[in-house]
Structures are given as C-alpha cells and as structure tokens.
Design a protein around this ligand. Sequence first.
Ligand code: ATP
Ligand code: MG
Length: 423
Amino acid sequence: MSKIQAIRGMNDLLPQQSATWQYLESAVSSILDQYNYKEIRFPIMETTDLFKRSIGEVTDIVEKEMYTFADRNGDSVTLRPEGTASCVRACEQHGLLYNQTQKLWYHGPMFRYERPQKGRLRQFHQIGVETFGFDGPDIDAELLLLTARLWKQLKINHAVVLEINSLGTPASRGRYKAALIDYLNPLKGQLDEDSQRRLSTNPLRILDSKNTDTQALLADAPQLHDFIEDEAKAHFVALTDILKAADIPYRVNQRLVRGLDYYDYTVFEWVTDQLGAQGTVCAGGRYNGLVEQLGGRPTAAVGLAMGVERLVLLLETLNVLPDNVASTPDIYIVSVGDVMPYALSVAEKLRDDLLDANICSHFGGGSFKNQMKKADKSGANMALIIGEDEKQQQLLTVKYLRSGDPQKTITVEEFITLFKHRN
Ligand code: ATP
Ligand code: MG
C-alpha cells in the first residue's frame, strides 16, 4: 500500500529543527514581554466573511489564496490566512477595545493556497503584534524599535533593511487610485498580465509588481506622496524623526503598498537580500479603519507580522545560531543488568534536586559497550553507570565523556553536590 504523505506546502517540523524554532520564539516572546505586550490566542478557523470583510474582496489572498470550504452544516469557514482580522474579531467579541488600549501578540500557523517554493508555503507560521487605541506615531515607532532589537539580538540586523511608506487615508488613496488608473489605462497593453487584471481590481498593487517592464512604465507615474493629506504626512515625518533619533536606518519606498486592503498611514517591511525572491521577513502597518469596518467603534490600530519560516531560513543562511541551540543531555544514565527500578529512581532523584540538568536515561537494554556508544553520541558530558554492584551498594559510577578525569563511584547525594559545583 502506498504511504500517505503530508499535503504539499505543509511541512512537518522535525526534532532537529524544532530547537531553532524554540530559540527564535523564545527570543521574540521575551522581547515582547520586555515591552509589556500580552499574548492572545484565537482559533485557526473563522467564518469566511471575517476575512472577506477585512482583507478585502479583490486582494490576492481573498481572490485565490484562501482555504475556504463548507463545514458539515453548510456554513462557509476559512483557515486563517493571517492573524489581524481574527485578533480584531476576538478583541471586539470580548470587549477588549471598550475604553481601553491593547498591546497584543500571537503566534501560530496561517494558511494560504499559494505555489509552494522557498520561503512560500501553504501552511506557514507568523508571529504577529497588534496594538489598539494608540493613534500617535510613537507606537508605530515602538513596533519598529522592538523588531530592530530582535534582529540585533538574533544577530541578523546587518542583513535586514527597513522600508517604510505612508498610504494616507482611504480617501486620499482613492484619489491617488483614480490618478494611477488614468495614467496606466493608455499603457494597459504594455503591462504584465497580473497588472492588467489589477488595473480594474486593485491598481495600487501594480506598484508592487516584480515585472521590470511594468516597473519601467511606472517611472513617470503619479506619486502617492503627492496625494496624501498633511496630517498623514506629519505622522510620517514624526515617525521618521523617532527612527533617526533611535539610529534605526530606513529607506522610504514610495511603491510599498502591501497586499491587504485595510492599511492606512504607515506601512513597512523588513527585507533581506539573502533569501532570494521571498525577502520580506516582517511586514505591517497602521489600519485605523479596520475595527469599525468589522462593526466596532473607530479605533486606531497598528501591527506587524513576522514570517517564522523566513526568519529561520535567514538564521541558518547567515549561520548565526548559537552552538547550543539544540539542547543536549548533561547526563546519560547507562544501566547494565537487572537494575531498572534502582536506575530510574536515581534519575528521578537527580531531577528532584538538579532542576536545570538535562538527564537522559537509556532504555531498551543492550551491552555496556553499546550503551556507552549511545551516551557518547548523545553529546552528554558524563555517563552515570549503574550496574549490579552499584545497585547493591546504592551507589553510581560517574564516567566523564569529554575529559580525561578519572571515573568515580559515589553516592547519589555526593553526585548531586559534585554536579552542582561543576566548573
Ligand atoms: P509576500 O509579499 O511575501 O507574499 P504578504 O504581503 O503576502 O507577503 P503578509 O500577509 O503581510 O505577507 O505576511 C507577513 C509575513 O508573513 C511576510 O512578510 C512573510 O514573511 C510571511 N509570509 C506571508 N506569506 C507566506 C507564505 N506563503 N509562506 C511563508 N511565509 C509567508
Ligand atoms: Mg503574499
């Protein structure tokens, strides 16, 4: 019979990779803790309407990337393609935006039916941050400061560049959209296929086109910057002032528009040239209109999402993972003969007293020589050997695997003291 495989674009995370993920996740969560952001969790599936109403009917995500199906009751449900909409939905549902501000984060799988390739999966993972109730540029800046701190801590800061732009309000964007359509309509025949389609659905996304001919046509196009209102401009200038004061380099990219409909004012991306075409490792922006659009009261909001797979790829590509990212045992317990109840009770006693020790017991028997080979391969610093003699005298034998120190046979208590005072 043929073996069942995972669905294309949906990866297993194997034991040798999970340590890297844990390293990244714990770096993120401790930084978010430093900034006093609180974790929120919501379901991976929502009603389809939530995403249609928030991300936008004519975006790539809603048009062709969602995992949407009817459940057994015939209701249309969708595996979340991103977290912002669910976060707003959850906050509204539980009154978290009523007369209060929120600084939140979440992490987990997202689902998009895209063509799987390097840095692009059908189930991928994001760590998202969302803030509600703050309308000043200072919170936009804080999001960038905390990500900059993260890149520095992860030692990838030299490989990522911050691109920022302002989209203004939906009203000014509407005026710009009209001007862009006027400019591009006569050139329609020269646009790439995707851009031709977008001209009538989502013209701003054309600015984002990777097609070089399309990019050349855009050289003389009207500039978004000339259309946005003074208030949005002032917000943007204040943000860049904070970035300058904080010594965070950035590049203003007038063509940065993002693929989701709900953004206004600030948008940004952290990009790297180390991963090929999928170089955006973190992206976000302001979305002051979304809460109201989903039925809540007008609420200022700004957030971001990091792509975990891309960050992991970048850590690996740049070779900046700490040596000890995968935890190896400190102690490997070798048990020879009929000693099992005693050997396990020693291991348990050690775990009672040595809270930070990683202790691996050998299971499945085998010769002394074989077990010592496994102990060595495990990377442990020492093997504790328990044989019939040790059991009888309630002792254990310590054998150092990485140094020439002589082995010794001692009591469990003596070993605990010895281990506590190692180094
Ligand atoms: P892209 O332009 O790369 O398609 P996007 O605009 O669709 O990105 P967002 O929805 O803003 O991306 O998601 C934020 C981040 O999540 C991206 O910058 C990227 O790091 C990651 N991401 C998005 N889609 C995928 C995917 N299919 N596979 C892996 N990571 C992804
Ligand atoms: Mg995309």
